[in-house]
Design a protein around this ligand. Sequence first.
Ligand SMILES: Cc1ncc(COP(=O)(O)O)c(C=O)c1O
Length: 408
Amino acid sequence: MTRKHPGRFHIFIPGPTNIPERILNAMHISSEDQRNPEIPELTLPLYNDVKKVFKSETGQVFLFPGSGTGAWESAIINTMSPNEKVLIYRYGQFSHLWADMFERLGLDAQIIDREWGTGTPPEDIEKILKEDVNKEIKVVCVTQNETATGVTSHVEDVRAAIDAANHPALLFVDGVSSIASIDFKMEEWKVDCAISGSQKGFMLPSGMAIMCVSQKALEAHKSAKLKRCYYSWEDQIATNKDGYFPYTPQIPMLRALQESCNMLFEEGLENVFKRHHRIAEGVRKAVIEGWGLKLCAQDEYWHSDTVTAIVVPEDKDAKEVISTAFNKYHLSLGAGLTKVAGKVFRIGHLGDLNELQASAAINGAEMAMIDSGINVQPGSGVSAASEYWRKALDKDAKIQSIGNKEVA
Ligand SMILES: Cc1ncc(COP(=O)(O)O)c(C=O)c1O
């Protein structure tokens, strides 16, 4: 075997993300008896910590073996009955797949197509809900971060729209590529099912569906008639209350999740969000000011702090950039999916990373673009990003030290 990628391989897809050593170490344990009397010492505090990450006080956390897709399914089958109505906007591959799942599970999905590069429009939701005088729409969905296009939708604005329409619909939020990286306020925004996965902001391997549901969702669950088995909440509720599971849990992942929460709290959730914003702003400076290219996200309102989708010039192929980055520079970039395949490449900047790591992604993408015949100035991306980061890091450090003094 030849050693193909000496040195550190740079993974800059929007998940799976880097796994910190502390988390790798936490997983590196011998098998444990899942029914041993000490397991609740791990699980019961863990549920509370995960709730803190979701900023939920009254919700209930479920941890399923699976992934974000499993959490989508669990939310739907546990709260809905056949043919019930759901309102969902489709503006990227993941909102598309979620909408598709509603249809495949036998729901009446009102799917509204929006241009890729935009997100969920609160004003439209308010109008549609006001027109729904018989209150037939059971669920409104928001993909908080559309990973395919680097677009963040504003859940707080959607909540305001639902309230303005005085509508009782449940609010489901896909936070797979946002929760633990972009602020999420389950309680304040009255989110009913919040969905995530382990391999993005939580910095774990893939393999766990992480979700938090409201009391209102638990109430809806009591009359929901869709069939369910492995992803049912009732089996979890019956066993989780004592710290156990209805089937064999993935204990190393649970220990890793605890370490992930510890790391998030040690840094401070607000600092985690600020770091993601700062890194994302630097990447955007590289794209717009350095390279003179466009983002897929159409304006600032939609900018994502976890993934940047970059549009290559029309006569160039983003796939070539991605394969050159991988083969020549040991850098994984995210591909453009379906509608935007070949037109965009993505830099994922979420999880365990800092500015200098992000510099490597900008540098590698820049070299791969020049190799692919795209006219960008060597060094221009890193130069634009680093000028921003130098100042932004000082500014954030100053705010943090003032904050620390105030607390002291
Ligand atoms: C926004 C979003 N939703 C859902 C999913 C599906 O999650 P998973 O691949 O963990 O099943 C992804 C995956 O990248 C995603 O980015």
